[in-house]
Design a protein around this ligand. Structure first.
Ligand code: HEC
Length: 133
């Protein structure tokens, strides 16, 4: 019953939970759970990703707003690249917000859930790596 209510609330766009971990769609038993928590803690300020409960961000519309990851498919390699280099352009996103095992966990999580709302392969050439400089 609670689940149904939650589904209806989600469908209507009503969400009692704001930003952060509360809205995690990943169960604690799933291997990507840690990555989801880390994403909610470190990345949610700039990126929308429903699976992490980050449906909107406080700075939407500002220049620091990162791509909506519900609409982008990402491979683990791409996410690692973005984490280590600060996005694909290196301009706005801080580098190495998470490192080592945590970075890998975030990359696994993002790669698994990103692109849930992608209508088609987002942009040719974007899926396999960063665009040429
Ligand atoms: C200060 C805001 C900010 C934070 C925090 C941030 N990002 Fe970003 N991110 C951006 C911006 C802006 C871009 C787009 C510009 C670029 O690619 O350089 C981006 C790009 C990306 C991309 C490339 C998306 C694409 O397909 O173009 C990925 C993947 C990504 N971020 C993942 C993460 C992860 C994972 C974290 C947490 C460890 C994170 N970001 C934290 C702002 C942020």
């Amino acid at each position: 019953m609670i689940l149904i209510a939650a589904a209806i609330a989600a469908a209507l766009g009503i969400s009692a939970c704001g930003y952060g971990e509360q809205g995690l769609a990943v169960k604690q038993s799933e291997p990507t759970y840690n990555g989801a928590v880390l994403f909610a803690q470190h990345c949610s300020g700039c990126h929308t990703l429903t699976a992490a409960g980050t449906q909107g961000s406080g700075n939407r519309g500002e220049r620091t707003q990162g791509p909506n990851l519900d609409q982008r498919e990402e491979s683990p390699e791409d996410v690692m690249f973005a984490i280590q280099n600060g996005g694909f352009s290196g301009a706005i996103m801080p580098q190495n917000i998470v490192v080592g095992k945590e970075a890998e966990e975030v990359a696994e999580f993002v790669a698994k859930y990103a692109g849930a709302n992608a209508k088609e392969a987002s942009r040719p050439g974007q899926k396999t790596g960063p665009p040429p400089p």
